[in-house]
Design a binder for this molecule. Structure first.
Ligand SMILES: Cc1cc2nc3c(=O)[nH]c(=O)nc-3n(C[C@H](O)[C@H](O)[C@H](O)COP(=O)(O)OP(=O)(O)OC[C@H]3O[C@@H](n4cnc5c(N)ncnc54)[C@H](O)[C@@H]3O)c2cc1C
Length: 440
């Protein structure tokens, strides 16, 4: 089945299920129709918020089947937006109930804990309501993660609330549906936090090399302690956790930098950027690490175009490194142009390896672009429209079939500039423009 059809089916299920449950609710409980319209509106908003919140646990449980259809970065963005919408719906539901003085219902069968949870939910909702969509997206990662983890408790209370408020209705079917949805959320959450992590921990890796490539770039090489090595494709990524004295054990996403063929080890090239990555250089050989994955659909090898144009910003080079290493190992001589933007020339740490790759593949062009060194004699400044038009022009602008496929990877600011530049050059964005953003 085509990916676009799978996408449509999943989105249809996602958006039509609140509607289906609302209809069922009315069919099973026709007395609801005699309630005042505001009360009915509150019912609908509350029910919709509940189902959307439940689905957020499914979306964020890193299901490979969903990842393969949408890609995890899109799923996370969708999740952030939909969670904010669900919280806002829940807040409006609560406000209406308060306005029509039916707040006592909140307490029935749920107690003071629910009230506390409800107040938290209202407060978080008010913050979201106050902020713009951009503010939500910019929410600090760890704050967002804590809110996310607390949501399972809130959802449990919401479940009790939903049960409590629906006990008065004659049909138990709605209660069963609420329970099934809740079990779906709980199951997804437990699958991610317990079952999957246990599986990952059964397949530990040993750090066999910690190498400072240049400046703030480090490469960690890992070998499986048991026989099994992760089966990944170039362009994919995994969540890495290191059991080390110095580094936090939390899982962070990193693209595989190694080639998956002829390799008994896996490597990640990591740029120091914040609390976690700044500690990478302190990792010791012999320490244990875990990898959860692989994830991602950023695989240029699948492209049928004549010419692959790879555009990297800083550490965004890593998925392309894996691809070029794979092409070297498999003696693939496909036409590839890599444009790599970094700040300073010393960050171009792969020169020797690139020369070797070009020797094996004469159709490979590698163009560094330096932004912060005026003495650099090659391409300088940012990767912009003018450079893209000159270095890797779109062969058939606007056409249904184009001869170049463009892959962009790097920090959001770079992706944000390069995507519209390519679009303005006639690159069909839905078919020939593929992106991987490294930070949300
Ligand atoms: C699909 C993907 C592949 C990546 N591949 C690489 C790579 O090959 N090499 C590389 O150097 N970097 C890569 N990154 C970026 C890397 O994951 C972040 O730089 C790192 O997690 C930041 O953590 P920090 O605490 O050092 O920085 P912070 O300053 O704390 O965080 C910087 C930003 O990173 C994101 N972030 C922080 N913690 C996490 C986390 N646990 N999980 C997810 N995102 C987080 C947030 O958006 C945050 O705003 C990749 C990111 C993604 C999403």
């Amino acid at each position: 089945m085509k990916n676009s059809i799978k996408k449509m089916i999943l989105l249809l299920i996602y958006f039509s299920s609140p509607l289906a449950v609302i209809l069922l609710f009315y069919i099973l409980n026709p007395s609801v129709l005699s309630q005042r319209p505001l009360r009915q509106l509150a019912n609908i908003l509350g029910l919709t918020a509940y189902i959307i919140l439940i689905y957020e646990f499914v979306l964020t449980s890193r299901l490979k089947v969903i990842d393969r259809i949408f890609g995890m970065d899109r799923i996370i963005l969708f999740h952030i937006i939909m969670s904010a919408i669900a919280i806002q719906l829940a807040v409006v539901h609560g406000l209406i109930m308060f306005y029509i003085s039916e707040t006592t219902i909140i307490l029935i069968g749920s107690g003071i804990n629910l009230l506390a949870q409800f107040i938290i939910l209202m407060a978080v909702g008010a913050i979201f309501l106050h902020g713009s969509g951009k503010k939500i997206k910019k929410l600090d990662y760890n704050v967002a993660k804590t809110i996310h983890n607390l949501t399972i408790i809130t959802t449990s209370f919401l479940f009790l609330h939903a049960l409590g408020t629906n006990l008065n209705y004659p049909s138990p079917i709605i209660l069963i549906i609420y329970t099934l949805f809740y079990l779906l959320a709980l199951g997804s959450w437990l699958n991610l936090k317990v079952i999957r992590i246990r599986k990952v921990k059964n397949n530990p890796y040993e750090i066999i090399q910690v190498k400072n490539e240049a400046g703030s770039y480090w490469t960690l090489t890992l070998k499986p302690k048991n026989a099994e090595i992760l089966d990944y494709s170039p362009g994919q990524y995994g969540y890495l956790s290191i059991k080390s004295q110095e580094v936090s054990k939390e899982f962070h996403p990193f693209s595989f930098a190694s080639s998956p063929v002829k390799n008994d080890s896996i490597s990640f090239t990591i740029k120091e950027l914040g609390d976690y990555t700044n500690q990478i250089g302190t990792v010791k050989i012999g320490e244990t690490a875990y990898i959860e994955g692989p994830y991602g659909i950023f695989n240029a090898l699948k492209s049928k175009a004549n010419h692959l144009v790879l555009i990297a910003g800083g550490s965004g080079i890593t998925p392309f490194l894996s691809l070029l290493r794979y092409m070297k190992d498999t003696k693939n001589t496909r036409k590839v142009t890599l444009i790599w933007g970094v700040k300073f020339p010393y960050e171009l740490f792969l020169n020797d390896e690139f020369e070797e790759m070009k020797r094996i593949n004469p159709n490979l062009a590698i163009i560094p672009v330096i932004s912060d060194d005026e003495s650099w004699e090659g391409e300088s400044g940012f990767i912009d429209r003018e450079k893209l038009e000159r270095l890797a022009p779109c062969v058939d602008p606007g056409k249904e079939i184009q001869k170049n496929d463009y892959y962009i990877c790097g920090p959001p600011a770079m992706v944000k500039n390069v995507r519209p530049a390519l679009k303005s050059l006639g690159v069909n964005k839905s078919k020939y423009l593929h992106t991987e953003k490294f930070y949300r």
